[in-house]
Design a protein around this ligand. Structure first.
Ligand SMILES: Nc1ncnc2c1ncn2[C@@H]1O[C@H](COP(=O)(O)OP(=O)(O)OP(=O)(O)O)[C@@H](O)[C@H]1O
Ligand SMILES: [Mg+2]
Length: 284
């Protein structure tokens, strides 16, 4: 593979939806052009309804673009694949299956486990349960777990299928603030923060939380709405591996401030608030 080929390449991607009854047309995203390198962690932020999930679904192949092209490793994306793992805010675990069975679902029933023996599959399930820190909970059911633990199960299930691209749509959004901070650090470790870039997965992570985006990302893509467009892409020049101390770095504060300035007016409009009233510098 030529190093010049990015892991993901979006060229002039637009997507409109047509309401089935009225025929009304919504241009959800327009002319999105973006390259994401292998091993990069990219966060997408932007006001509600600006098309973040739409872009993610197009990369996942769960939906198709109205115009423009999407490629992975130089090959057109034409549908979903085990090479791109998707994780949403709601854990989407199967309540009637144990932790181990949830994690192993794709391996037992999908293409990722086809080439593996039963023993190899079990070993792989164990490995990812340990990686997300859930050893000892293998036999528990989702209702017996906290929100943070459920999201760890979802992450282990995602990783067990061996994707090289992680597509994460507000995966920590339903968690309490403390659990969220802990899982941000965990996520960076699992993504491969301490490994060389060549061994890291490529991650596209959607969040409403600007601090979360800056903490996690190599680059933050700021989108604007109506229609959804890429407004700006900001590199995050903060050293890795990152820990809590990075939040005190001046550059961290400056980036959070800059991103909030970019989306502030639209974010207020999206919730029906005034766009002219003096807004706080950064959301509390
Ligand atoms: N299946 C659909 N049918 C019709 N319109 C849709 C559909 N999916 C999304 N839209 C519209 O496309 C636009 C972008 O939606 P999308 O869900 O991608 O935004 P988002 O940035 O993820 O929002 P949020 O931050 O609230 O999750 C919105 O106007 C939404 O109403
Ligand atoms: Mg969304």
């Amino acid at each position: 593979m030529s190093p010049a080929v990015p892991k993901l390449r979006l060229r002039d991607v637009s997507k409109h939806f047509i309401a089935p009854r009225t025929g009304a047309r919504t241009l959800a995203v327009a002319n999105v052009t973006l390259d994401i390198e292998s091993g990069e962690f990219v966060c997408i932020v932007g006001p509600s309804g600006c098309g973040k999930s739409t872009v993610l679904n197009l990369i996942a192949g769960l939906d198709s673009a109205s115009s423009g092209t999407l490629e992975k490793d130089g090959v057109a994306i034409t549908g979903p694949g085990a090479d791109r793992g998707v994780m949403f805010q709601d854990y989407a675990l199967m309540p009637w299956q144990s932790v181990a069975d949830n994690v192993g679902f794709g391996l037992r029933h999908g293409t990722p486990g086809k080439a593996l023996s039963a023993a190899q599959r079990e070993q792989r399930i164990r490995h990812f349960i340990e990686l997300v820190g859930l050893e000892g909970s293998e036999k528990k059911y989702p209702h017996q777990l906290s929100g943070g633990m459920r999201q760890r199960v979802a992450l282990a299930r995602l990783l067990a299928n061996g994707p090289d691209v992680l597509l994460l749509d507000e995966p920590l959004g339903a968690l309490d603030a403390q659990t969220r901070l802990i899982l941000q650090v965990e996520l960076l470790r699992i993504w491969g923060e301490t490994a060389p870039q060549a061994e890291r997965k490529t991650a596209v992570f959607i969040t409403h939380d600007i601090e979360e985006a800056v903490f996690l990302a190599d680059r933050v893509v700021v989108m604007s709405s109506h229609p959804g467009r890429v407004r700006e892409v900001l590199p995050v020049d903060l050293p890795r591996p990152r820990d809590e101390a990075v939040r005190g770095d001046l550059r961290f504060g400056h980036l959070v401030e800059a991103i909030w300035r970019l989306i502030r007016d639209e974010a207020y409009r999206a919730i029906g608030g005034s766009t002219t009233a003096a807004a706080p510098a950064v959301p509390a």
